[in-house]
Design a protein around this ligand. Structure first.
Ligand SMILES: Cc1ncc(COP(=O)(O)O)c(C=O)c1O
Length: 431
């Protein structure tokens, strides 16, 4: 199926991209015969087709056509050390030689659990899953079991993965699930109270990303988070922080920065060191509902839960992430925002980069922080335009700084963003 090329500028971008990526085009065509839309992951499709990446080292990735990109997406923020970091590769190789998985627990999963409990103050007990989706699904289930209540509240523009409660209101999820989900307004505690008014005694949990990722990289204010803490305490609900993305902002996660202690936390992305591993954890009283020694314990099976390869990779990653690394990463993100601001002022283009620690979001056009979800209508052109400049970001304009990025990488990305944004604005496709 052809994707509409709605403007001459877009058609030109796509033509230039197609001429550089014939092998990716052929793979995409082949993929569409067996994978719907050629893909098995909604977030990695971008028109006209995505490049097929074949190798990655540090900040560089190459596609099957031999084009090299500097990767500022890092598999959607999960590769905080860049690709194929030697310490991670060594840990994974050693573990794979010992065995990839057993129908038994492993010492390395204890070591990773200890490292995370040590870093995140509010986590007393933790369990591993294969994905952030499972992590939020189980955290919510634990909250419902612990409180004996059905209602879960989550925010507009939140993304907590793809299980039913997280995707209420979308095709295939029964409307009865939606009846058990309240949607909350961002940075509006009075609105939050209104959204649950009359149902306080049904509320099992409020789930919140301390830094929204898919929602456009926006940090919740400490005041909102402490207000949610107080509200949960008042109505007897649990507070769940989804730190699948935001754990990368500080050694103890965004909760340490905000000084607010949730009952449960979900983690993912960087804690698997590039492998499929995530986790949920928190208060012992809640988590101990999964204690299999106790009659009536909650079931949390999973063939690959706590997989030793992912646990080894995650542990190696955390060992590299000493406290000093975090300000270094955040500093590079700020440097990117500054580079874009300077070049945009020079070019007279309204593009900017907003940052939260090492996370960033490109915003095209004349957006206010409150209204901007992502990048405006030129987003699709931004992605392809940046590919042609040799940079890889999320199609929605999100990125993250890895330890492998240098000041020069960041400066050159900033210049490229403004060049691409200027062309989009001149072509009249920016909102
Ligand atoms: C905040 C948040 N929660 C949950 C998830 C789901 O994680 P996964 O993609 O590993 O299922 C994501 C994924 O991007 C996320 O950003």
């Amino acid at each position: 199926m052809a994707i509409a090329e709605t403007s001459p500028h877009r058609a030109g971008l796509h033509e230039a991209y197609r001429s550089r990526t014939p092998r990716s085009a052929a793979l995409f065509e082949r993929a569409t015969r067996v994978l719907p839309g050629g893909s098995t992951r909604t977030t990695v499709f971008a028109p006209p087709y995505p490049p097929y990446l074949a190798t990655g080292t540090g900040i560089h990735v190459s596609d099957v056509d031999g084009n090299i990109y500097r990767d500022f997406l890092g598999n959607y923020t999960s590769l905080i050390l860049g690709h194929a970091h030697p310490a991670v590769v060594a840990a994974v190789e050693a573990q794979v030689r010992r065995g990839s998985a057993f129908g038994a627990p492993s010492e390395v999963e204890i070591a990773l659990a200890e490292a995370l409990v040590e870093r995140v103050d509010s986590i007393e007990r933790i369990r591993f899953t294969n994905s952030g989706t499972e992590a939020t699904m189980f955290a919510i289930r634990a909250a419902r079991a612990f409180t004996g209540r059905p209602l879960v509240a989550m925010f507009e523009r939140a993304y907590h993965g793809t299980h039913d409660t997280a995707m209420a209101g979308t095709p295939g999820v029964p409307s009865a699930v939606g009846d058990l989900v309240a949607v909350l307004p961002w940075e509006d505690l009075a609105g939050v109270e209104r959204a649950i008014a009359g149902r306080e005694s049904e509320l099992a949990a409020i789930v919140v990303e301390p830094v929204q990722g898919a929602g456009g990289v926006r940090a919740a204010s400490p005041g909102m988070l402490s207000g949610l803490r107080a509200l949960c305490d008042r109505v007897g609900a649990l507070l769940i922080f989804d730190e699948v993305i935001s754990f990368r902002v500080a050694p103890g996660g965004a909760q340490a920065e905000a000084g607010v202690r949730p009952d449960l936390t979900t983690l993912g992305k960087i804690i698997g060191g590039g492998y499929p591993l995530a986790a949920f954890g928190g208060r012992a009283a809640v988590m101990d509902r999964f204690d299999a020694r106790v009659p009536g314990a909650m079931t949390h099976g999973g063939t690959f839960n706590g997989n030793p390869v992912g646990a080894a990779a995650g542990l190696a990653t955390l060992e590299e992430l000493t406290a000093g690394r975090y300000p270094e990463l955040a500093g590079r993100a700020e440097r990117l925002a500054d580079a874009v601001a300077t070049a945009a002022a020079g070019a007279g283009t309204t593009v900017r980069v907003d940052t939260v620690a090492s996370l960033f979001q490109v915003r095209l056009g004349d957006h206010t922080a409150a209204s901007a979800v992502a990048t405006g209508t030129g987003a699709a052109d931004l992605f392809v335009g940046l590919l042609l400049e040799g940079f890889y970001l999320a199609p929605r304009g999100m990125g993250a700084i890895a330890t492998s990025a240098t000041d020069a990488d960041v400066d050159e990305l900033g210049e490229a963003i403004v060049r691409v944004a200027t062309r989009i604005a001149e072509a009249g496709t920016a909102s």
